[in-house]
Write a protein that binds this ligand. Structure first.
Ligand SMILES: Nc1ncnc2c1ncn2[C@@H]1O[C@H](COP(=O)(O)OP(=O)(O)OP(=O)(O)O)[C@@H](O)[C@H]1O
Ligand SMILES: [Mg+2]
Length: 472
């Protein structure tokens, strides 16, 4: 076999025989796997790709929806001789990541830090709210999203003006002590006890001799807290304050506090050196806290990948962003990310049951198409429902000769014969996806899937049938 330099795009990750292969370039353009519950997504396709990625020295981030995810990666890493590269982020607290410090330590001068931190908090808030903002009554939700974004921007700015480190407990204490009426503003007790009032005074002191544009920015921020926030309607204020609390609370209480709000022992960039970071706080067990923990890691990882610099020579080490049951973690940002991540060595692998599971989260078909358009390699395991129609359309049609025999009775008498015609047919009919092998002993532990690689022809066909043995 041809030898390529390290991480060359043509490197074969999995050899599929007869000159066909899954190459590093295919990993870089993203992977989406579909299949019904128990169709063999994990024990067939996921295992096949994961072992290939591990054997080829990829780094990566693994998001966890299920408890078994971590154990499975431990097995796969052992099989590939990579167990030393595993970093397990879990309740034991060995692997800690203070993402706000991390962000602060890498932001340049100026307003970049606020923008980056607000973008992260917006992303988490959006994911917690789910698709609530995207249904037909989206107008009102859009208003609250914007109101929350506006609060976050003014909130994150304040400690930065005062020269204090941005931390979630500090942000929360500003919000909970902000004036809720103009009358309260005048109250000496409030002025004395409020963290919000104190930090505004600190910022003013700090910036007395600062350049005028900075002082103007502080005025804007003060305007928000001292004029706009107190006169917000009760409903608006309570919704955005509640949304903010729901967002930060998991990070500043057990079990996540130690993992996200203390020091840092592991960063997303460690994956660039070959670490495999497993966010073993599965949604199945930790619920909302697990989701926000996984999402915080995911977003920071994505941002880190997008900031990667190209080496002077050679290729970047590929890093995977891996999510089984990916409907727990998808967001609109993923399409944008994967479109650019390819040139930064980012390889997304998302597994889920069907299109509908993404649609429920992303809210509409356009968002799903945009995500899936950026995950070019698609693996279809046994499935039922609309995903099969979509898959059949994706693989396309061809002309086939159809031979039919007929016999007609009419007044002229009986006629009959054989006719031939050309008809358009799917390469793979939707029904064929329903009968693919699902593993287990009834199938002799074989899992079948149909792979599509964004228009690539496999010996003349736009797809290939792959068979995996669950036992090997
Ligand atoms: N190593 C194995 N040996 C034998 N059978 C297995 C093995 N791993 C899984 N199975 C069985 O094979 C079938 C496919 O399992 P798998 O977990 O891969 O499906 P899946 O598509 O990932 O399902 P889910 O949506 O539930 O995660 C299931 O019936 C499962 O019990
Ligand atoms: Mg599975």
């Amino acid at each position: 076999m041809t030898n390529f330099p390290d991480f060359h795009p043509l490197t074969v990750i999995r050899d599929w025989g007869r000159g066909q292969a899954f190459r590093l370039a295919d990993a870089l353009t993203g992977v989406a796997v579909f299949g019904a519950t128990g169709s063999g997504k994990t024990s067939g396709v996921a295992k096949h790709l994961a072992l290939g990625y591990l054997a080829n020295d990829f780094g990566g981030l693994v998001l966890c929806a299920k408890k078994e995810e971590r154990y499975q990666w431990e097995r796969w890493a052992r099989d590939a001789g990579r167990e030393d590269d595993l970093v397990i982020v879990n309740g034991a607290g060995q692997a800690r990541f203070n993402f706000l410090d991390w962000e602060a330590s890498r932001a340049g001068e100026g307003g970049g830090l606020t923008i980056n931190i607000v973008a992260l908090l917006d992303e988490l808030a959006g994911a917690i709210a789910g698709n609530a903002g995207k249904d037909e009554n989206g107008g009102e939700n859009k208003f609250f999203d914007d109101a929350l974004h506006h609060l976050l921007t003014n909130l994150v700015d304040l400690p930065i003006f005062a020269g204090l480190p941005v931390s979630l407990p500090l942000l929360r204490s500003i919000v909970t002590t902000a004036p809720t009426s103009l009358k309260e503003l005048e109250d000496p007790d409030w002025q004395k006890a409020s963290a919000c009032a104190a930090i505004i005074r600190e910022a003013e002191d700090k910036l007395t001799t600062a350049p005028s544009d900075l002082r103007q920015d502080l005025e804007e921020c003060k305007n928000y807290w001292l004029r706009e926030f107190p006169v917000l309607s009760e409903k608006t204020r309570s919704i955005i304050v509640l949304s903010f609390s729901m967002l930060v609370r998991p990070f500043i209480t057990r079990p996540l506090r130690k993992l996200f709000s203390t020091d840092t022992t592991v960063r997303p960039e460690d994956a660039f050196a070959g670490k495999i970071i497993i966010v073993d706080l599965p949604v199945q067990e930790y619920r909302l806290a697990g989701r926000v923990a996984n999402l915080a890691w995911k977003y920071c990882f994505q941002v880190a990948v997008l900031r990667r610099m190209q080496p002077q020579r050679g290729y970047l080490r590929p890093v995977f962003l891996w999510a089984d049951e990916a409907q727990n973690f998808v967001s609109d940002f993923d399409a944008e990310y994967q479109a650019v991540a390819r040139s930064a060595g980012g390889c997304t692998v998302y597994l889920t049951q069907n299109r509908e599971s993404y649609r429920r989260v992303l809210g509409n078909d356009d968002a799903v198409d945009s995500l899936l358009g950026n995950l070019q390699a698609k693996f279809f395991c046994q499935n039922s429902g609309d995903t099969n129609e979509w898959a059949a359309k994706l693989l396309g049609e061809r002309w086939v000769n159809v031979t039919s025999t007929s016999s007609n009775r009419s007044e002229q008498g009986a006629t009959g014969g054989v006719s031939r015609s050309e008809q358009r047919r799917y390469f793979v009919e939707p029904s064929e996806f329903t009968t693919l092998k699902r593993g287990g002993d009834v199938n002799n532990f074989l899992v079948e899937c149909i792979v599509y690689k964004g228009g690539h022809l496999f010996e003349g066909l736009p797809y290939k049938l792959l068979t995996f043995n669950q036992r090997t």
